[in-house]
Ligand binder design. Sequence first.
Ligand code: FEO
Ligand code: CA
Ligand code: CA
Ligand code: CA
Length: 637
Amino acid sequence: EATKGAASRGLAFGAIQAPAATVDEVVVPTGYRWSPIIRWGDPVLAGGAAFDADAQSAEQQLLQFGYNNDYLDILPLDDTRGAAFWNGKKQEFGRTRNKGRGRDKGPKGRDTARKALLVANHEYVNPAIMFSPTSDPAVLAEQRRIQMAAQGMAVVQLTRKRSSTPWVYSPVNSYNRRIHTGTAFEVDGPAAGSDLMKTIDDPAGRTVLGTLGNCAGGTTPWGTVLSGEENFNGYFRSAGTSAADARYGLRDAETSGGWEHVDPRFDARSAGYENEPNRFGWIVEVDPYEPTTAPVKHTALGRFKHEGANVLLAPSGQAVAYMGDDERFDYLYKFVSTDTMRNGTSSKDRAFNRTLLSTGSLYVARFTGDSPAAEIDGTGTLPADGSFDGTGEWLALTLDGVSQVEGFDDASVLVHARLAADALGATKMDRCEDVEPSPTTGHVYIACTNNSDRGKDGKEGATEINPRLSNRDGHIVEIAEDGDDATATTFTWNLLLVCGDPAKNVSTYFAGFPREKVSPISCPDNVAFDDSGNLWISTDGQPGTIGYADGLFKVPLTGAERGHVQQFLSVPVDAETCGPVIHEDDEMVFVAVQHPGEDGTVAAPRSFFPDYVPAGTAPGPGQSAGPRPAVVQVWKG
Ligand code: FEO
Ligand code: CA
Ligand code: CA
Ligand code: CA
């Protein structure tokens, strides 16, 4: 089966058997190979040196690829026209859309097979496996500065000779870029310039240094990248006394990273920095094709623990961004732009499109099930109508930037979006991770990764949309907007998957596909689509639940194969599978391998990915004896 897959076009494969969680390998299907494209510490800017664990410095880290890569995209690059070849639709890589034009020519004969831009988030750091412990205050301070330089985002150019072959990253060129804790962001939207955004360093409330907790993201139809600031609260020591502090998890306690000892703005108790935490928890937009444009924080999309944002164009041309707040019992949101996207490719049109997320309406979701509550028993057993399903509505927090929630003005409804959504009675979800509309059908897929607290200690119990108590394995929601219009305020929904290992858990559900024929899957996190419209799901937490390594899975959404979950790859010990990027026509798959060996130390590593330097051998130039997060490419070979 696997051999046949390797011989045919596209990404056919025989599902792998997931290895145990302790296996320190990347496992790919028969007929495929893998290699790292870029690793933590690889130089990406002029002056950057090859990684040397013993000589790492903040100065070098600013010039190198960051830590814990999460969101990933590999975007086509036509060097002669820059971003101008984006016209509302991502162009394909290479050969298949124009079979008569030769192997390596893209649409309209342009060569989009040989150059690309890799864009990655660097969500957080793992100091215990990055640094040896120290009691020297100067060394500790430098380690903290390295951490601050290792987070954020990266843009890196890739090259290769022909399509469907491995990429090589280019260490120095005009597109390469590092965004980190010191990078200046413009603030726009209704909360920009409000009192809630002002600090002693930025009395205008319109410029923020840095981005934090950049988890998932999305590439827009106009060719920019959105990134979600997720667990920003953990970087701040705060008064912790207000309702907003409590709702956002801001506490008066020393932070684990200790950055408040290096930079006073991370201590929001200090005079003038009370609002610094309000300046994080946003969706940020970066234009990888225009390296000199400042990244932007879009306050119109609300402030919460943003997993990411993915945009679909409505029939009207309005941009609709779907977003999850990844916390137990938090919410699903969408933003609808007031303006419509321009299809022109001039830099003027492009600049206009970068303002689409500046003004619009923000909604939060309320779900209603169609089965009697008595039939939702908390085990995940299907109700009598055979489906977890129902209807829903989008409740307006703002309309064209104007607050719709009593007691909140146009700025506070966004800065304190969670409190405003509480007031509207939004539905408490089981941790919405990635939320992504299918480019093929417009249906929206929501990875609810798990919720160990559902039904515990007086917390909300099982409902049709979140049907399991102590939801260990997670589920996937499928939404169809009414009228197939992404701007609609009502929708229908059903659960596509109720995850778990069907061999051990009979309450699993795979859209009606025979459960004995699927790969076990738990804790869905990031999602992506291939060129045929199949959904790909990566996982974060399988080892703790079903015992197998985390991995990447494909699931068809239509026809007889709907619900047929098949595992494509797995990642090394302790690692989470991020990205993913599926270039079906180019026959390539990419994942960001995040936090390999996370539970080890420098002295006692648990993973040796990706260099796998043999024990007792000195690492070669640029290599590491210990684990490093890295972007991995998979190809047929
Ligand atoms: Fe950073 Fe919600 O995962
Ligand atoms: Ca039902
Ligand atoms: Ca995630
Ligand atoms: Ca996760």
